[in-house]
Design a protein around this ligand. Structure first.
Ligand code: NAP
Length: 339
């Protein structure tokens, strides 16, 4: 019997928050791999906020998905059959198969994972793109110095949890901002942050001011919106603001209602000599080795902790992704596609 592939395609573009109707589960037949090709079976699929951007046709740093395209995504897969000299059956690889159970690949863009890696899904999280994003944005742009105050939102997520822990390793005071008491408890008690505030609190700005008696030197921006509003007046002279993401705006169809705060922001940047810089991790992939050399020992020594939020079954990816944009994940969101 021929091998069947279940895959999830973009059925329609979301208007505002994605809904289940924007996705469609399809079954196709998998061809045999030709010469120079491998058959990959997806084990784990990473779900990440950037996928919302790919579903939109607004101009961005990467081309949008077209209707009926397989949803994109980083994957950990096992080689099931190989006609490629570089891969053997049983190799486990990091790739970009997207939201599907099987892919035929010519090997381009695949990275063989070390067989000693007992938890290969970490290559999608703390040891992969999100961990690297945290490392590069914080250290290159944030340039945190011992004794400084660092604030990070989405603080228990794939990126934010690593940002805060590296800042602690650099001797900073770290304040996390997260959605709810349980996430905040985890940030302080498990990740070692000095404080964590719930962004849903009515008095977030007052709480943040009380938690930052010396102002804020680095704000690692993951969220935007009202969190940025609370941070802005507390930024110190020469503060650094790496702009990594603005997830609170990803579902927005238009700019928020006035007043126009751009003049306030630009005069603040000027008077306080603040450096604010956006970055996209794809531009920095040549530095991945440097990150891996630092992160490996931190993980081994237990200096960086991580949490995965694992959802079983490809068919549950749309709901899990919708939840990611609402803060329902707790840790790095991964779909377990196969054992
Ligand atoms: N620049 C780059 O190259 C790059 C690379 C990777 C990731 N990123 C960005 O980094 C950020 C974090 O990504 P991640 O993968 O680590 O995701 P994540 O933090 O694991 O999950 C997303 C989290 O964002 C928070 N959130 C969602 N909607 C929100 C809203 N409306 N207001 C406030 N918080 C909201 C939720 O946490 P709470 O419940 O705690 O609020 C949710 O759990 C995202 O903005 C992402 O786009 C950028």
């Amino acid at each position: 019997m021929s091998l069947q592939n279940r895959r999830i395609v973009m059925a329609s573009r979301p208007k505002g928050a994605p809904t289940p109707d924007n996705f469609r589960l399809e079954t196709t037949t998998v061809p045999a791999p030709a010469a120079g090709e491998v058959l990959l079976k997806t084990l784990s699929l990473s779900l990440d906020p950037y996928m919302r951007g790919r579903m939109s046709d607004a101009p961005s740093y990467a081309p949008p998905l077209e209707l009926n395209d397989v949803m994109v995504g980083g994957t950990v897969s096992r080689v099931e059959a190989s006609n490629h000299p570089g891969y053997q059956v049983g190799d486990v690889v990091l790739g970009f198969s997207g939201w599907q159970e099987y892919e035929i690949s010519n090997g381009e863009g695949l990275t063989k994972l070390d067989r000693s890696l007992t938890q290969p899904s970490l290559a999608l999280g703390v040891l992969g793109m999100p961990g690297f994003t945290a490392y590069l944005g914080l250290l290159d742009i944030g340039n945190p110095q011992a004794g400084e105050t660092v604030v990070v939102a989405a603080a228990t997520g794939a990126v934010g949890s690593v940002v805060g822990q590296i800042a602690k390793l650099k001797g900073c005071r770290v304040i996390g901002i997260a959605g709810g008491a349980e996430k905040c408890r985890y940030a302080v008690e498990e990740l070692g942050f000095d404080a964590c505030l719930d962004h849903r609190a009515d008095n977030l700005a007052a709480q943040l001011a009380a938690a930052s008696p010396n102002g804020i030197d680095v704000y690692y921006e993951n969220v935007g919106g009202k969190v940025f509003d609370a941070v802005m007046p507390l930024l110190n002279d020469n503060a650094r603001v790496p702009i990594c993401g603005v997830i609170s705006q990803y579902n927005a169809e238009s700019l928020p209602a006035g007043p126009d705060r751009l003049p306030l922001l630009t005069s603040l940047l000027l008077k306080k000599r603040i450096r604010m810089q956006g970055f996209i991790i794809l531009d920095h992939w040549h530095r991945y080795g440097e990150f891996a050399a630092a992160m490996g020992p931190w993980l081994k020594a237990g200096q960086i902790k991580f949490r995965e939020d694992i959802v079983a079954g490809l068919e549950n990816a749309p709901q899990a992704f919708i939840g990611l944009l609402e803060g329902r994940n707790f840790g790095k969101l991964v779909i377990r596609v196969a054992d």
